[in-house]
Write a new protein. Sequence first.
Lengths: 399, 559
Amino acid sequence: MVFWRGSAALGGLFIFGCGHGPSPAAVPAPAAPPSPASACLIGTSGVASPDTLTVIAPQSDSAAVAATNTFDTLIRLDCEGRPIPGLAASWAHDSTSRVWTFVLRNSTSPSALDLATAWNSNDSASAVLEVSGVREAVADDDRHLVVTLEHPAESVPSIFADRTLGLPHPNALPAIVVHAIDGRDPRDLVDRGADVLITGDPDVLDYASRRPGTVLAPMPWDRVYVLLLAPEGRPPAELISADSAAFRAGLARDAVRAEARAARPPYWWSDLTSCSDTAPRGPIETGATSQVTIGYPASDPVARALAERIVALGDSSWFARGLANHDFEIALHGGAMDAYILPLPRMSLVPCRDASWPEGATLVPLVETRRTAILRKDGPALVIGGDGSLRPDKSSGGP
Amino acid sequence: MSFRARLLVAFGVAVVVPLLIFAAGVRREMDRRLTAEYGARVDAAVEGVRTQLGREGTDIATRLGALAAALSQDNRFRLATQDDPASRRYLLDLAGNAMRLSGLSFLEIQDSAGRILSSGHFRNAFDRLEPALPRALGSANGPALVRDRSATGSVMVLARVDSFRVAGRRFTVAGGTSADAFVAQLPRTDDLGVTLVLPGVDSTALPPYRHSALTALPIPYLDLAAGATTLDTARLVATGSPETLALLRRSVVSWSLLALAATVALALLLAAWLAARVNRPLAALAEKTAAIDLDRLDQDFSTDRTDEIGALSRLLGAMTDRVRTGAARLRDAERRVAMGDLARQVNHDIKNGLGPIRHVLRHLDEVARTEPAALAGVLAERKGTLDSSLAYLDTLARNYAGLSPALRREPCDVNAVVQEVVSGSPPGRVKTVLSAGLPPAAADRLVLRRIVENLVGNAVDGAAGRAGDVVTVSTERAARDGEGLIRIVVADTGPGMSREQLDRAFDDFFTTKEGGTGLGLSIVRRLVLDLGGALRIETEPGAGTRAIVDLPVSGESPR
C-alpha cells in the first residue's frame, strides 16, 4: 500500500520534518514549462475577461465545462494534450526519472503541503495515484512537491492534470455559469447572445456561421466512439470486418451528423495489461436470442447514428436499441446485447480508471468527434483545455 | 292416474308447449334478423374501408407527386446526384426532412438502380440496394402494404411510389403512412372491427371476438424486412363479433326458461288449487256415500255451496232421504210381512196346540154321552195330552212374548254379562278375551244377556260335534265416525255360512239346525237395533262365523 492511504496531513508533516524523500539538492533545475499551443486560444484576443461567463453546453459536456476555473491542478493539458503550468509553474526530474519535483507558483494560495494533504485525505485521489503508479508525494517546502513514481517517466505524467487531484478554487474569475441545452433549440440561445455555446449540431453551426456576431472555434477532438463486441457475441466476425479505414471514413462522413473523422491510433486502451489487476472489470454476457442487438446510449445522437448505420449494413436480424444512460451501464455490464456503441474520451489521464467496460470485450474504434464553441465576437479570449475546459486567456490582460 | 294428477299434467302441457313454441320462434326470428343486420354492417364496413383505403392512397400519391416535383427542381439534390461532396449530407437528410414536412411516416428516394439515396424512416440505410420496393409498388394498382426494416425493427406502412427525372436520370420516391395508424383510425365498435391479417397468419389465431371473419378486403403486401421481392396479399378483415348475438340468444333463452318456469309453477299451483277445490268436496261426498247402508242412512249432505258440487251433494242428500224413507217402508213392510207370518205361525201353532185339546174334549164329550162312568178314567188317561198341549201353548206364548221385550238403557258392564253367560255354557267350549277398563255400555242388562246368550248359543250349536272347535267371546273398545263403541265379538270355528244362508240369516224362522226356531238372530238383531247398536256377521263356508255387536257407550247418545 502506498503511504498516503490512511495517513493524515500530520503524517505528511512528519515525513517532511524528518527529512525523508528525495533531496532537493539532487533535483536538477526546473526547465521552462511549455506554453499552450496557439490553436488552443479561441475568441477575440485582447478583450478583457468578464466576471461571469455563461456557457451553454450539451449535457454530456456540462461536467467538464462546469469544472472550469473551479479546480486547480498541478499541471494542465492544452488542447493538444501537452502539459502546461497549473499550480506548478515548473517541474523537473532526477537522474532516475522516478523522482519529480514540482515548483509551485509564488502567487498561488495552496502550498505544496496543502496539495499533499488533500491527496492523502481523499480516497478518490489516493486511488487515482495508486493505479497510476505514484508511490509517494511529499511536500518539501511550501513551494516544492516531490513525487516518487514506481517506474521512470521521461515526461511529466499527465495524471497530475486529472481533476481528481485538483484543489477547489471557487473564487476564480470569471465565474463559469453552465447551462445544459436540455432539448431547447440551441439556435435560440445563439440568438440570445450566450457567451459560449458548445455544440456539434451541424444545423446550429451552419446557422451560427451565418450570423455576423459570432465566431466558431473548433474544440479538440475529445471523443472516440468504439464498437464494443462481447467476447461471445454474434456475429463478431462481420462486425469486426467493418474495422477498415474506408468504413470508418464513411461513417464519419455520412452516418454521423456531427463533425467527425475516422478514429486515429494510438488508443489509450491499447495497453491496459499493467492495470488489469486493479480495474473493476467483469466478464460480459450476451443475449440469448437469434437477433443481434447493438446497444447505444439514447442521449447520444452520434452513438445512435453509428449503431443504425451498422444495423443498416447487417441483415434483418440486426437491431439497434437505445438505452438511457443508467440502463446502458446495466446492459453493458449485465449482458443481453451483442455489441455496444461506446463513447470514450479520446485521451485518458487515468486509463485504468476509465477502462470501465467488461473484461474480454473487443473494442473497434470507429470515429472521433469534436464540438465547436460558438462565441460572441465581442467576447473574451479563452484557452481550451485538453479536458474540454475553458479558461480565460491570462495573456490577454484579464483579471 | 288420479284426477289431480291428470289436472296437473293437463295444465303443464297446455302451458309449456305453447310457451316453448313461442320462445323458439322468437329466438329463430331474432337470430335471422341479427345475422342479416350484422352482414349488412360488415358489408358497409368493408365498403367504408375500401373507400378510406382509396382515399389514403390518393392522399399519399398527391404528397409524393408534390415531393417529386419539388425534388426535380431542387438544385442541391441535383448537385448531390452528381456526387457533390458538399451536398452529400443534405441528400442523406433530405428524405427525413421531406418525410416530416409531408406528414408521411415512410419515405425513400432511390436511383434507377434501386440504390437508396436517402431514407426518411431509416436515415443510415443509404446506399443499400432495394430495387424491389419501387418495382412492386409500381405494379400495385393503388396503395400497397409494405413492411420495411428500420434501425430498431421494422415499420409497416401503406405506400405508393412516384418517379421524377433530374439531369436525365430517373429517380423514384416511395412513401407512405403508418398502416397501424390507418387501421386504428378506421371506425370500429365493440362488436365490429377491422383487423389487418398478414399472409401466413391464420385468422383463427386472432383474438376470440374476431373469429367470425365475414368479409376481407385484399391488399397487396411486400415484406421487404423478410427479404421478399414480390407482392403477396394481405387482408383487411372486417369482422363482426358473435358476442352480441350470442348474448342476445342467451338472454332470450334465459328469459324464456324463466318465464317457462314461472308459468309452469303458477300453472301447477293453480291446478293443485283447482284440484283441491274440486277433489276435496268430492272425496268428502264419496266418503259419506261409502258410509251409507240401510243401517246408516243418517249421513248429512246439506251444504251451502251453489256450484255443481253443492247440487251433487244436495242430490245425494235427497237420494239418501229417499233411501231412508224407502228403507223405513221396507222395514215396515218387512215387519208387516213378519207379523203376518207370525200371525199365521201363531195361528198355525195355536191350531196345532188346540188340535189335541179339541180331540181330547171331543173324546171326553163322546165318553160323557156314551159312557159317563168311564169319563174319569178317560180324563185321567187323556190328561197328559192336555197338559202337553197347554205346556206347548205356554211355551209358545212365552216365546212370542220374547219378540218384543221392554227396554231400559242404563250403564251396563258388558264384561260381567259376558262372564255370566259363559259361566252357564258347557265347560271348555267357550273362552273369553275381555278388554280391561272397558267403559259401561248403554243397555238393558237383560236384553244384553239375551243378545249374548243367543249369539253364544248359536255359536256353540254351530260348532257342536266338531272336535277342537272353540267359541271365543271378546270385548273391546271401538269407534266409528268418531263415536265410541263397545264391541262384542262372538267367533266360532264352525262350518260357517254360504252367501245365501247369510242373506237369510236375519229372517225370522230361518234356521239351519234341527229343532231351531229360526228366531234367534232375528231377535238378536232387533234387540241390538233397539239398543242403538249394530250387528254384522262375517262368515265364509268352512272358516267359521264372527258375530260383531257394536253398542253405544253409556253417556254418549247414539246417533
